[in-house]
Design a protein around this ligand. Structure first.
Ligand code: PLP
Length: 388
């Protein structure tokens, strides 16, 4: 095995780099999850989560990955045979749609080219045509991690409202929460799905559902089988600062520290930092003469950029060279994008020099892989980072 010095650059779009502060918080002795010290932690932590989601309502925390939180959103609000509307924005939207079908839901899956977000006009059309109101929910992935495209959730909300349709709005914010502006309550979202290992700067292991009053009311009537994911016993136990089963105690210590870090920086500053790093990354990609996968500038992602290579190049070969030579991990192309794109994660615990190092590694790796790039691309990004 090759000996490495210095820190690995983990520039996949999640899991992201965990700050030392958060690692130290996680490294405390595990406590009794039914004792008073744990209740104190949970009662402090649960309210602190709300502003990150932009909600005054409850946020449910699971010891799970994001996929678990997807399932929780569906089984708590829907019944067997319910129709749901979903959009083929990329790999994760496709997986969520497949999960919904496996759970016995009937999915209207609007096809897409994996370069654009969910189309608000298609939402308006589909819902206007559903005069019987048989569509029970609209499922949207806010930030498609496979493509670097951010769907315009407020426009989707407006389309639902214009159609006067009662469908629930379920949104996956797994790679946008704590990185890209998001407002559960203001945007009228009913269930916001998220998890720990991206903008929240934690290791994998926590899943989240932020839920509206309307979602809670729907859960009282929903008939998909649920047990582990059931919101009701969790909300009940949370009132006293407990959980119905063993929570991920040490990750919750880390979560409190990560939330303090976000509070200290201030969410608007966090979002502006991500937007600026995304703009600098696009300056490099365009300057190199390569193509950003996202086809609509209104939908550029603040947390990652997917770079499309010509047919003659294998994006995974570029990634492999960068890993071997510069000890940096970049995101692979997923699903139908395998070999065609690589993804640069610029989210979470991240600053100007982390981005400069990341882009320098990509620049050198592309050259080593024989991709014909204009070397001025890197300078364009540095100019942007170095400007006032
Ligand atoms: N949704 C999106 C947008 C994701 O990026 C991911 C994972 O990267 C998932 C869902 C699945 O989450 P997990 O792998 O934590 O189960």
């Amino acid at each position: 095995m090759t000996t490495r010095s210095g820190r690995h650059f983990l520039q996949i779009p999640g899991p992201t780099n965990v700050p030392d502060r958060v690692l130290r918080a996680i490294a405390q002795p595990t406590i009794d999850h039914r004792g008073p010290e744990f209740a104190e932690l949970a009662l402090d932590l649960l309210p602190r989560l709300k502003p990150v989601f932009g909600t005054s309502g409850p946020v449910i925390v699971y010891p799970s990955s994001g996929t678990g939180a997807w399932e929780a959103a569906l089984v708590n609000t829907l019944s067997p045979g319910d129709r749901v509307l979903a959009f083929e924005t990329g790999h994760f939207a496709t997986l969520w749609h497949e999960m919904a079908e496996r759970l016995g839901l009937e999915v209207d899956f609007v096809p897409g080219d994996w370069r654009r977000g969910a189309d608000p006009e298609a939402v308006a059309e589909r819902l206007a045509a559903d005069t019987a109101h048989s569509i029970a929910a609209v499922m949207v992935v806010h930030n498609e991690t496979s493509t670097g495209v951010t769907s315009r959730v407020p426009d989707i909300r407006a389309a639902i409202d214009e159609a006067g349709h009662p469908a629930l709005l379920l949104v996956d914010t797994i790679s946008s929460l704590g990185s890209i502006d998001y407002r559960h309550e203001e945007w009228g979202v009913d269930v916001t799905v998220s998890c720990s290992q991206k903008g929240l700067m934690l290791p994998p292991g926590l899943g989240f559902n932020a839920v509206s009053e309307k979602a809670l009311a729907a859960s009282a009537a929903a008939r998909l089988p649920r047990s582990y994911w059931d919101w009701a016993p969790i909300l009940d136990a949370n009132r006293q600062g407990f959980f119905p089963y063993t929570p991920a105690t040490n990750l919750l210590y880390g979560l409190r520290e990560a939330l303090l870090m976000l509070e200290e920086e201030g969410l608007p500053n966090v979002f502006a930092r991500h937007a600026r790093h995304a703009a600098a990354t696009r300056a490099a990609v365009n300057g190199w003469g390569l193509e950003v996968l996202c086809a609509d500038e209104r939908e550029y992602s603040g947390s990652l950029t997917a770079v499309l290579l010509g047919e003659e190049h294998d994006a995974d070969k570029v990634r492999r060279i960068i890993l071997d030579r510069f000890d940096m991990s970049l995101g692979t192309g997923l699903g139908r994008l395998a070999g065609r794109v690589f993804r640069i994660g610029h989210l979470g615990h991240f600053n100007d020099l982390t981005l400069a190092g990341t882009l320098a590694g990509v620049h050198m790796g592309l050259q080593l892989a024989g991709v014909d790039i204009d070397p001025a691309g890197l300078g364009a990004a540095l100019d942007l980072l170095g400007s006032e």
